[in-house]
Design a protein around this ligand. Sequence first.
Ligand code: 2PG
Ligand code: MG
Length: 421
Amino acid sequence: MATIRRLDGLEILDSRGRPTVRATCALASGAVGIASVPSGASTGAAEALELRDRDPSRYGGLGCRKAVGHIRGEIAAALVGQTFPDQSALDRALIDLDGTPNKARLGANALLAVSLAFARACAAEQGIPLYQHFAAIHTAGSVARSLPRPTINLFSGGKHAGGQVPIQDVLVVAVAAKTVDEALATTYAVYQAAAALCLEKYGMRALTADEGGLAPPFADAEAMLGDALAAIERAGFTAGSEVSLALDVASSHFYADGRYYLGGEPLDSAGMIRHLAGWLERYPIVSLEDGLAEEDWANWPALRQAVGGRALVLGDDFLCTNPARIRRAIAAGAADALLLKVNQIGTLSEAAEACRLAQAAGWHVTVSARSGETEDDWLADLAVGWAGDHLKVGSITQSERLAKYNRLLAIEAESGLKMTG
Ligand code: 2PG
Ligand code: MG
């Protein structure tokens, strides 16, 4: 039971310097929660709507004054003074108030900021860590069981790096690390080795992309993967048994008219699947995100079969953290892992439903940040509370990324929980 005493919104700036939304929720008990929402760039077509002002004279139309105005105005008017038995009651009120299927009227950014600020205030009211409160939101009565294993950006391309190479992320997974602390130290070593390699090979200090990944002018995606392998070895690790790779192919963003424009001859879906299967043979890849495009539904089951359990078939744009899309994908055998981004769906309760659905089907869950992030660290608590297998936050640089790793380190130190295997 929590009674809202005050709701407020603030337009703040994200890691790209673009506006986003922060909300403050004060409860009658005096407990206060403040939360900020992130923003994507390589967005899925089925994502909930992020409300932008569309005033070209201010932040190129990306202002969030309307969304903030909705928190201060209509949402506050409807919710202040109301008592909510739990998170799902609050989220239901937000969804009903908005009244659209994709949160287009009040904005998913406004709704999610309130949803998260309320959760934080409730955790504060009970005097429990946010990750334990998130565990209870996931399933009443449950507690946090494990820590997620970080998957960390090494190299960036695609929409996060100006498209010098079509695929979006090559990530490092410290598969032999036993603790978060060890996983981060391992990744740091690989990242530094990659930076040195980029200096030698490309003759330039490697510039970083939106999420802090190194983004030299790779000749093609193959070179990106080869350089990742070389960096792992240069750092003194054995590729595969100690350090593996994860890929965000983000293929929706180089797919047009039924063809994948990966460089060279355009590939049809079968050709793309063969290409990806070839990578799995040559590189130690444990997770393959958006290997096919979001609208290429019909071919996802064939991708999953071709991968044959060698790597996770992870859906991001494909699933959009949307329970209806996840049900369909489970029924079709189209994937076996969910990339979970709360702002793709717009409230905590709906994202929790997406997470439960995936986990009940035996899927893995990778809890993910967005390319436009803030210094807020709730995502680390969410990944712990919801028993995420992996946490994908971007690279091991830039404070908006490190805020989440630092929170995860603090949770590891205080909770005694073990990282997933
Ligand atoms: C993705 C995310 C995070 P964005 O595609 O997985 O890397 O990117 O937030 O731009 O959608
Ligand atoms: Mg993605």
